[in-house]
Design a binder for this molecule. Structure first.
Ligand SMILES: *[C@@H]1O[C@H](CO)[C@@H](O)[C@H](O)[C@H]1NC(C)=O
Ligand SMILES: *[C@@H]1O[C@H](CO)[C@@H](O)[C@H](O)[C@H]1NC(C)=O
Length: 172
């Protein structure tokens, strides 16, 4: 619990300052350790590669779960892209799959100021091919009992302990 608070509280504090919550004192993830984790990127439509700004999780081949605060368009003529099966977002591993996004929706009760219902979904233009390295996440049901007290949190957020962000290319 102590460890979780250590991760979550800075994440909330950092919201106003950076869209990428920090991963502080984490370690580099093993290759494809989190096969449901995707990189959410914005393509500025100017020839540069799309830029990572948030993570998501694979619900199924067509749908990605993410945070509602990630579903804000950066520029009028750009678009969202999703990359699955990737650890290093600067040098994507073989087998990574990139998709366009056809629609997205924030939770109808999403409240930015209270950070409530910060959840949303994205629909992909083409289904992901599920592979050894690209898998759906396991979803809890309302009957799921969680006995485990230690959780893992993965992401490409800042690893810096100061206000000056340092973004890792590799999943932490
Ligand atoms: C495209 O736009 C992004 C965001 O403004 C910028 O960082 C990048 O340098 C631009 N690329 C080109 C080729 O202008
Ligand atoms: C993604 O969408 C953009 C904008 O509509 C389009 O130019 C691009 O070709 C699409 N990419 C793929 C892989 O479908």
């Amino acid at each position: 619990m102590k460890r979780l608070a250590f991760i979550v509280i800075p994440a909330l504090i950092a919201l106003g300052h950076s869209i990428r919550p920090p991963i502080i004192e984490g370690t580099e993830a093993n290759l494809h350790e989190f096969p449901y984790q995707v990189s959410l990127q914005w393509n500025f439509n100017n020839g540069s590669r799309a830029r990572h700004f948030c993570s998501g999780s694979i619900i199924n081949q067509r749908w990605i779960l993410t945070a509602a605060h990630c579903l804000e368009e950066y520029t009028k003529d750009g678009w969202f892209e999703v990359v699955a099966g990737v650890n290093n977002i600067a040098h994507e591993e073989a087998g990574a799959q990139r998709r366009n996004v056809t629609s997205y929706e924030q939770h109808e009760l999403y409240d930015l100021s209270a950070i409530k219902y910060d959840i949303g979904v994205l629909q992909l233009s083409h289904p992901l091919d599920l592979t050894r390295n690209i898998k759906t996440m396991r979803l809890a049901t309302k009957d799921t009992l969680i006995h485990q007290k230690i959780a893992k949190f993965a992401g490409w957020g800042s690893i810096s302990k100061t206000w000056e962000d340092i973004y890792p290319d590799k999943l932490m």
